[in-house]
Design a binder for this molecule. Structure first.
Ligand code: ATP
Ligand code: MG
Length: 451
């Protein structure tokens, strides 16, 4: 891990070079230095410079410049088709809303600029030939440590979004949070109420997508329970059931880490059992049951995700998956086809992933049987799709025009006849053949006239 091994894209090099030739200092800073040192491709490139915003504007005269962050000293310049954020060295003024500085001042000193940054791993600056690391960021990156720059409590009081960013980096990078920073995160969790719901949700989703999501959400369960109080009941809730070896919260976290890094899937797993504690009952043998928990969890999750301003489409998909997560799917083409028709192929395939992850978070004694069943269902789906089996109304061998030609008037009856025919095909009472379908369409129509 030597900075010189880093691959700096052409556009970024160009920007550094132009600023340098104009007589200003310029460094790449923050997340892009961190990610590059870790061998990851940075998502975005930031440059800090001693040039004031007006000078940056001049230096990049003739290039495509975007001024959305101009007030805070940032100009985005497009170089080599790449947007690069160039920001004047900055010192933040007082913070009075727990989120944003009241004012910012420009400075000529890179070290002052680095001092305002949140974590040491985000407070390194470099060029081809220089590496500026006043807070030991390089060592912390090497040892996998998240540590605030300066006094953690003060830094979180200034801007409480940093609490969530810290947890996010722990989850994404698998880093350990240094003791004092960890204590401050837990002590200051209530300050998160200064952060907008949109930002909380953005960070929550990124936390869920981390490699180390299980350990991080266990360590910071108190913060999560502050953001989403409904999860409190899950923590340490003993399931008293042979299928489970973990309490509800740990089972949840195991299931989250067992599924693909996708927002819909990971959010589904995080909430899939949220209503379990409220559905708990003990039978005469002191065995725990959770009747109706899937439906109840879907309902609770809908409320939570609406409050968290998740997109409507994602809410719909997530609650559908939760509703079906523990419903058995028969191992026959007929039952697979019926569910496929109801929820569609994309959701069906997601549901299989959900079932797999749920299984992997349960007692390993039952893995083999359950996973085998899921595989059988998957094979049936594959073969139905490959054969182009009839699953939707559009795939019927007849359409509305065929019925109109028979004399059936356009309108609700026509839709009803197509739905009835589709159901008969799904139930294997009828083959998807034009002649058969037309015969039955006539019969249903005649019957409706007699009623
Ligand atoms: P990523 O881009 O992967 O989300 P990042 O660390 O690059 O992570 P950005 O939002 O791109 O995050 O910010 C760039 C840099 O600005 C950070 O690395 C950090 O130095 C600084 N920074 C961002 N947000 C804050 C904050 N809330 N408080 C202090 N410094 C911050
Ligand atoms: Mg970044």
């Amino acid at each position: 891990m030597y900075p010189r091994d880093m691959i700096i894209p052409t556009g970024v090099r160009l920007a550094l070079d132009r600023l340098d030739r104009a007589g200003y200092e310029a460094y790449i800073v923050g997340g892009c230095v961190r990610d590059s040192l870790l061998g990851k491709t940075p998502t975005d490139w930031d440059i800090a410079t001693s040039a004031t915003p007006e000078r940056i504007k001049e230096v990049f005269n003739g290039y495509h410049r975007i001024y959305t962050g101009f007030k805070h000293g940032t100009i985005t310049v497009i170089l080599d088709e790449m947007p690069i954020e160039i920001t004047t060295y900055r010192v933040d003024g007082k913070y009075s809303d727990g989120r944003r500085p009241d004012e910012v001042h420009y400075t000529g000193d890179i070290v002052e600029d680095l001092a305002r940054r949140d974590f040491t791993i985000n407070a390194c600056a470099m060029t081809d030939s220089r590496f500026i690391d006043p807070f030991g960021g390089m060592d912390d990156i090497r040892h996998g440590i998240i540590r605030c720059v300066g006094n953690p409590k003060e830094r979180f009081k200034e801007d409480s979004l940093r609490i969530l960013r810290g947890i996010r980096f722990a989850s994404m990078l698998g880093f350990v949070v240094e003791e004092e920073t960890k204590k401050a995160i837990l002590d200051c969790k209530e300050l998160i109420s200064n952060v907008s719901m949109e930002r909380i949700t953005m960070e929550f989703c990124k936390i869920l997508l981390g490699d180390a999501v299980h350990d991080t959400l266990l360590e910071f369960q108190a913060v999560l329970a502050f953001i989403i109080p409904e999860i409190r009941e899950m923590i340490e809730f003993d399931q008293r059931n042979k299928y489970h070896i973990y309490d509800v919260y740990r089972h949840t976290l195991k299931s989250v880490e067992s599924i693909d890094k996708d927002v819909v899937l990971r959010t589904t797993m995080f909430f899939h059992d949220i209503a379990k504690p409220s559905c708990f009952s003990l039978d005469d043998n002191c065995v725990g049951h959770f009747y109706g928990h899937a439906k109840a969890s879907a309902k609770m999750t809908e409320g939570i995700l609406e409050r968290m301003r998740f997109p409507k489409r994602e809410i719909r998909d997530i609650i559908e998956l939760i509703k079906y997560h523990d419903r058995p799917i028969g191992l026959t083409a007929k039952s697979v086809r019926k569910l496929l028709s109801k929820i569609g192929e994309e959701q069906f395939r997601r549901l299989l992933k959900v079932k797999r992850a749920d299984t992997m978070a349960k007692n390993p004694i039952f893995w083999e049987v359950k996973l085998k069943d899921i595989e059988v269902v998957e094979d049936i789906v594959d073969s139905l799709i490959e054969k182009g089996a009839c699953i939707t109304r559009n795939q019927l061998a007849i359409n509305g025009n065929d019925l109109i030609e028979l004399g059936i008037p356009q309108g609700r009856l026509l839709g009803y006849i197509l739905d009835t025919l589709l159901n008969m095909v799904l139930n294997e009472e009828l083959e998807n053949k034009k002649d058969d379908l037309l015969k039955w369409a006539k019969a249903i129509w005649t019957k409706s006239k007699l009623q």
